[in-house]
Design a protein around this ligand. Structure first.
Ligand code: ADP
Length: 608
């Protein structure tokens, strides 16, 4: 400001000087004609202006010092910036570099200047670098890339480069960003550019960031591996737990179907009922474990067909009725007047509502109220849905637990009196199964002791189903057949054989694969039930060998195992099995699969 102010006063000063010079040019006669006052006035004016000039000089000196200080400040900012700055010419040679860049690349500035930046780039990243530089020059736009670099003292670092080319006009530098009006917008990559153009490049050391990224990746990998091992452990555990359950269930059935009359028999009846109830409970836990391990590995398959919602709710009520009655709860169910059809796996959808009803009873103190209410919803711009609410007036769910309630193994911690057992898997299954039906489920609760409500939304089928498909087939039992049961678990083999004999079949057993083949050759069974995991010969090997004999071609071979996943079924099909059942096998299932085998055989004979 001071300089500008003074420039205003220079005009009279110049006039004054002109006047003084004019006076020097006067002839002695002319000078003699001037008055003493004129001389005095001029001398005074000259004095005043001399003082003004001195003041201006002083201010100029101050301005110069301020300018030098500010230049030093900016120079410091440039030199010690937290990022490296280098300027490259078109050959990629460094023409300027700040101190941070020299430190980053561990090289003196003299050596850095005129060196090529490419020399510091790891060979595998050179192409990336050249492309980056070419594009910076040809487009005039900021280019960014990440490279691995080596320094002369063998240090390695990850660097992020941000480059922009500029000529002599509008370049400017702001913080870490270099901005410039893009020129040569239409220039093709690699096209010739002005020879005096340079490229300003920011180098940001991202070695630590990369290390952390790698660490996170490694941790994720480790977590995934741990998760995979846990899933596979759960599947194995469930399978191993399931094996002994089958013979226990068969044995209980034997006990129940032979009711005696003495009081000792009454005790026996009571005991068998207790075992039956506990085995059912255990089976449900083990099944949940298996199902969860299947859904988390996307190995659960749905058998969808047209299903009536009312039938699903009926079955769920039937399954949870014992617990509801035991708790003395009151259950009311309201369904839409018109039939609601769904495209669903009936067994799995029943499992959804059974789990929700079970929980409603489990988490509602005695004599509570449970309501099931289904309503049709026809949104204007979407497909019709049925919204089913399962509500109770029980212990409720605290708000901070609500967001996690569907997570695997998640359980709300409650006081001992309210802890109800379970594995924290029921709601995980509910959610996954509902989603597999293209629906959704949400939980609501006003908090502790305010009850809970679960809302399930499912898409509705519009066309009515064929009547005969909906009629449940009456449960049949296999009878009048020659059956060979091969299982290395004697209790399992014998108890199952007992049930089949009781239904009027001729049954033999074998406890290993080799004996199984020998018995089959003599006995000529219609049907062979084979365990898979057996000593000597496993189930697959037995199946292959039997199929190789002329007498073995016609036998219906059914695998009977704890492993029911898709790849297990595939393996047994490839070994020559006609069917695959998971333990514990019930007689109705066996009849059904045997019928299917016979029907398939009859069909293929017709086409031969
Ligand atoms: P589990 O019942 O085996 O613990 P779930 O996955 O079925 O596992 O449920 C997870 C948790 O959600 C339960 O531990 C329970 O605390 C809570 N919960 C589920 N349903 C209800 C309900 N109707 N009322 C109150 N709490 C519930």
């Amino acid at each position: 400001m001071a300089i500008n102010d003074h420039s205003v006063h220079f005009a009279p000063l110049r006039t004054l000087r002109e006047r003084a010079e004019e006076m020097l040019r006067l002839s002695p006669a002319e000078i003699a004609g001037m008055s003493a006052e004129d001389f005095q006035a001029l001398a005074h004016e000259l004095q005043v202006h001399q003082m003004q000039l001195e003041i201006q000089n002083e201010e100029l000196r101050h301005a110069q010092v301020a300018l030098a200080e500010s230049r030093d400040r900016y120079s410091d900012l440039y030199e010690f910036a937290p990022v490296g700055y280098v300027t490259m010419n078109q050959d990629g040679r460094i023409v300027a570099a700040n101190l941070t860049a020299t430190r980053m690349l561990s090289v003196d500035r003299e050596k850095l200047l005129h060196a090529k930046l490419a020399n510091f780039v790891a060979p595998e990243f050179r192409d990336t670098f050249h492309q980056h530089r070419r594009e910076a020059f040809s487009t005039g736009l900021k280019q960014i890339c990440e490279l691995f670099m080596h320094t002369p003292d063998r240090k390695s670092l990850w660097v992020r480069l941000e480059s922009i080319a500029f000529g002599s006009d509008t370049q400017f530098l702001v913080g870490h960003e270099i901005g410039s009006a893009p020129r040569d917008k239409n220039a093709a990559i690699g096209s010739p550019v002005d020879s005096d153009r340079e490229c300003q490049t920011v180098l940001i050391d991202i070695t630590e960031q990369k290390r952390l990224e790698e660490e996170v990746k490694r941790q994720m990998q480790r977590l995934k591996e741990g998760d995979r091992r846990k899933d596979s452990f759960i599947a194995t555990l469930a399978h191993e737990l399931r094996n002994p359950l089958a013979p226990i269930r068969n044995a209980v059935e034997v006990l129940r179907e032979n009711p005696g009359k003495s009081s000792a028999d009454a005790d026996l009846k009571w005991a068998s009922e207790v075992i039956d109830r506990q085995v059912s409970h255990l089976s449900r836990l083990v099944d949940d474990l298996l199902d969860v391990s299947r859904v988390t590995r996307d190995q659960l398959e749905l058998k969808k067909q047209k299903v009536l919602l009312a039938e699903v709710i009926d079955s769920a009520e039937e399954a949870s009725r014992p617990l509801i009655d035991e708790h003395g709860d009151q259950l009311s169910i309201t369904l839409p007047l018109q039939p609601v059809y769904l495209h669903a796996d009936k067994v799995r959808l029943t499992q959804v509502f059974t789990n929700l009803l079970h929980n409603a009873a489990k988490y509602t103190p005695r004599a509570g109220r449970i309501t099931v209410k289904a309503e049709l919803h026809n949104p204007a711009y979407s497909f019709p849905q049925v919204i089913v609410s399962i509500a109770d007036d029980g212990v409720g769910i605290p708000p901070d637990h609500l967001p996690h309630i569907f997570d695997t193994f998640y359980q709300v911690e409650r006081s001992d009196a309210l802890t109800q057992g379970g594995l924290g898997l029921g709601l995980t299954l509910v959610k996954r199964l509902v989603e597999m039906h293209d629906g959704s489920v949400e939980a609501h609760s006003g908090g502790t002791d305010q009850g809970s409500e679960f809302i399930v939304r499912l898409p509705v089928l519009i066309e009515p189903p064929e009547a005969q498909k909906l009629a449940p087939a009456p449960k049949k039992k296999l009878t009048g057949r020659r059956i060979l049961v091969v299982d290395d678990y004697p209790n399992s083999a014998e108890s199952f054989a007992w049930r089949l004999r009781r239904d009027g079949n001729e049954v033999q057993t074998a406890l290993d694969g080799r004996t199984g083949i020998e018995v089959a050759e003599r006995f000529h069974p219609d049907l062979m039930l084979l365990d898979i995991g057996m000593p000597k010969l496993n189930g697959y090997e037995v199946a292959r060998e039997i199929r190789a004999w002329p007498w073995g071609k016609e036998i219906a071979l059914i695998a009977m195992t704890g492993w029911g996943q898709q790849e297990d079924r595939q393996r047994s099909r490839e070994a020559g099995f006609d069917g695959h059942l998971t333990k514990p096998v019930d007689a109705g299932e066996l009849e059904e699969i045997y019928d299917k085998v016979l029907a398939t055989r009859a069909e293929s004979k017709k086409t031969d």
